[in-house]
Design a binder for this molecule. Structure first.
Ligand SMILES: N[C@@H](CCC(=O)N[C@@H](CS)C(=O)NCC(=O)O)C(=O)O
Length: 204
């Protein structure tokens, strides 16, 4: 399988963390790919018209996107570990936690794009709204930290872990740990898993 990917993309990281957790990382060839909102990537668009990473090309040529779909597919290939609980409340909880983590990632990517515009074209109302939603989501996650710590690792943990690490990577001046001791403690443990250590973002 070929994964169009970048070490800096938190959505691509979600896929690789899932692959490591599922014991499938060796089966994925990573293709370093530049994807940016203002730069359609013609080579990538041959596979994914949305020009987004992660995009996974299977051995038979079929193409999968986005990160949630790719993780769902990888989960079907695994023998023992399962990142998607199959039944009842357990499944809904995992999907809800995934939505929270993934929603935070969506928000942070938009926020970073706005922040990095030339000063004259930045929208202050948008920046303020993104900051307020980030704070509110982090407060909600602090309330979920006990639940995260009690549950076996699933797709929800992966999305939330990648989102918090993306905050450290792209918003290093935001002290998200301040006043959120339970979340910080959970993240410290999650971030030291081999799957997270093997997928650290890099600027080079
Ligand atoms: N919902 C998508 C989001 C993927 C995404 O936005 N990836 C970014 C890189 S982190 C991207 O490819 N941006 C290029 C663009 O928006 O044109 C997923 O979960 O895979």
């Amino acid at each position: 399988m070929k994964l169009y990917w970048s070490t800096r993309s938190p959505f691509a990281r979600k896929v690789m963390v899932a692959a490591h957790e599922l014991g499938l990382a060796d089966r994925i060839e990573r293709v370093p790919t530049l994807a940016a909102m203002d730069k359609p990537n013609a080579e990538l668009m041959r596979h994914n018209p949305l020009s987004k990473i992660p995009t996974l090309v299977l051995d038979d040529g079929a193409v999968l996107y986005d990160s949630f779909v790719i993780c769902t597919y990888l989960n079907t290939l695994a023998d023992t570990v399962q990142l998607f609980p199959t039944v009842g409340d357990d499944r809904i909880t995992a999907l809800r936690l995934h939505a929270l983590g993934n929603g935070l990632l969506d928000l942070l990517v938009l926020r970073r794009n706005e922040r990095d515009r030339p000063p004259g074209s930045r929208s202050e109302p948008h920046l303020q709204a993104f900051a307020a939603k980030t704070e509110a989501t982090l407060d909600a996650l602090e309330q979920e930290a006990g639940l995260l710590a009690r549950r076996p690792v699933d797709i929800g943990h992966i999305a939330i872990g990648c989102a918090l690490s993306y905050l450290d990577f792209r918003f290093a001046d935001d002290d998200w740990r301040q006043g959120r001791a339970a979340l910080a403690h959970w993240h410290e443990g999650f971030d030291s898993r081999p799957s997270m250590v093997a997928t650290r973002p890099s600027l080079t």
